[in-house]
Design a protein around this ligand. Structure first.
Ligand SMILES: Nc1nc2c(ncn2[C@@H]2O[C@H](COP(=O)(O)OP(=O)(O)OP(=O)(O)O)[C@@H](O)[C@H]2O)c(=O)[nH]1
Ligand SMILES: [Mg+2]
Length: 439
């Protein structure tokens, strides 16, 4: 399903997908964990290219504990492999159960990983934060990749739950995010966050009558298309000017630790006047800040950025001049002053029926977005609500007392792993320390 917004990149994307000269920068593998993770990984690996003898460029391994959910996923790409672990009944939104099942099947999963991703240059571990299976097995999966030849060759794609998904989901997601944030400087490459709040909001504005399941299908294809689009954009054009945001730059960006922020948008060519930067500069800044899969980033912390600007022959002759380049460079210097690599590449492409200018902007090395604060606040509000019934009457206060002790227990358990995270750092000094030893 395609949602067409006024300033999206569909026009270019649709043409590229039918262009048999288009190539990809990197062969991706997708390791889907749990239902959300498997659905997104399947959508990614089901992408088809127009190139002869290279219809399906990606591979996937889908791991779930729930047989019904795993069977439900339909794929066209025969390279996608499904692996059921556990007794087939799921992990019931309990990450400890998900983790345990992964551990018990570690050897089988490792062997499948080695087979499925034999040709993959970079693997994305994909999971929906908030459930039991995906959330519980992210670290296990990351560790398995790290220890089996994929160190510096994998990243994470994680969904953030919607605010309305309830305390258990929010709690699971936030607890796992804490662990991930402790590891994200050293254990894996970039993390792409798919904020279900943001995407759901954007989607329902355009499709007010759609259901949640329509949204999920849309979001999965949207993530898949966006990643593929970036992968082909960086491999398919000859640069117009001196800079090139090419395959190796794309590889560097996705291998940069911490969060990777993506923005893509188009502007009608006739709205852009290069001598009058106000005709486009504010929009540019707004689209970059908003991003497409998640938002709320302090972009001034970005350690790397890359920009591709694509338009047709005649527009390229008009706009790709020094004034335009300088204006964009200056604007990006304001947005991300400390980014050490910052190619701004300009390309022309034989765009049919379209007179738009397409922008793709990637910023890497970011800290967690402020949108996570909203999840923490909602979770705190729900906990407070739960405890607010305290002294309404005897039965209630007795019950509340009971649940308070229970809640306290959970909190105490939760503190434990993080105190151990910070205390143990007695690794071998000469060898690169294994970040997972900290856990
Ligand atoms: N974007 C997107 N998010 C999803 C999808 N499915 C689930 N999610 C999100 O992922 C979170 C975790 O849900 P699941 O992936 O179903 O959970 P699981 O890993 O299978 O865990 P258990 O069922 O508890 O074993 C949910 O709370 C949603 O926010 C999907 O298809 N697309
Ligand atoms: Mg499940």
């Amino acid at each position: 399903m395609i949602v067409s917004g006024k300033n999206d990149t569909q026009g270019l994307q649709q043409q590229l997908l039918r262009d048999s000269n288009v190539d990809i920068s990197m062969k991706f593998g997708f390791l889907g964990l749990g239902m959300g993770g498997c659905s997104i990984a399947a959508a990614c690996a089901d992408i088809e290219m127009a190139k002869t003898n290279y219809r399906f460029p990606y591979s996937a391994l889908l791991v779930n504990t729930n047989k019904v959910d795993l069977d439900k996923i339909e794929t066209k790409n025969s390279l996608i492999r499904k692996l059921l672990v556990g007794n087939g009944k799921g992990a019931g939104r309990n990450p400890s159960v998900g983790e345990q099942i992964f551990r018990e099947n570690q050897e089988a999963i490792k062997n499948e990983i080695l087979t499925q991703f034999k040709d993959s240059e970079f693997v994305w571990v994909v999971a929906g934060l908030g459930g039991g299976t995906g959330t519980g097995s992210i670290i296990q999966a990351a560790q398995t990749l790290y220890n089996n030849g994929f160190d510096n060759k994998f990243g994470l794609i994680l969904t953030l739950p919607r605010l309305t998904e309830g305390k258990v989901v929010l709690d699971n997601a936030l607890e796992q995010l804490q662990t991930i944030s402790r590891l994200m400087d050293s254990a894996f490459g970039s993390i792409i966050l798919v904020d279900n709040n943001k995407l759901y909001g954007d989607y329902t504005t355009l499709e007010p009558n759609a259901s949640v399941s329509d949204y999920l299908n849309f979001s999965n294809e949207y993530v898949a298309d966006t990643l593929h689009e970036l992968n082909i954009i960086t491999a398919s054009f000859k640069p117009y000017g001196e800079f090139h945001f090419d395959s190796s730059e794309f590889e560097n960006l996705i291998k940069t630790p911490r969060i990777l922020h993506l923005a893509k948008f188009s502007l009608p060519a006739n709205s852009v006047d290069t001598d009058q930067s106000l005709t486009y500069i504010r929009q540019l800044e707004e689209y970059i800040q908003n991003g497409v899969l998640s938002g709320g980033y302090r972009l001034n912390k970005a350690s790397r950025l890359a920009v591709s600007i694509i338009t047709n022959e005649s527009t390229s002759q008009r706009i790709f001049n020094l004034t335009f380049s300088n204006t964009i460079e200056k604007q990006l210097l304001e947005i991300a002053p400390i980014a050490s690599e910052r190619p701004i590449a300009q390309y022309k492409y034989n765009l049919k029926n379209k007179n738009d200018i397409y922008f793709y902007v990637l910023l890497a090395g970011l800290p967690l977005p402020t949108s996570i604060k909203a999840l923490v606040e909602e979770n705190t509000r729900l906990i407070d609500l739960e405890n607010a019934t305290d002294d309404e009457d005897e039965v209630f206060s007795a019950l509340a007392g009971y649940s308070r002790t229970k809640a306290k227990k959970i909190t105490e358990e939760k503190v434990d792993p993080f105190s151990t995270l910070s205390s143990s750092s007695n690794n071998a000094k000469t060898k690169k320390p294994n970040p997972f030893d900290l856990l």
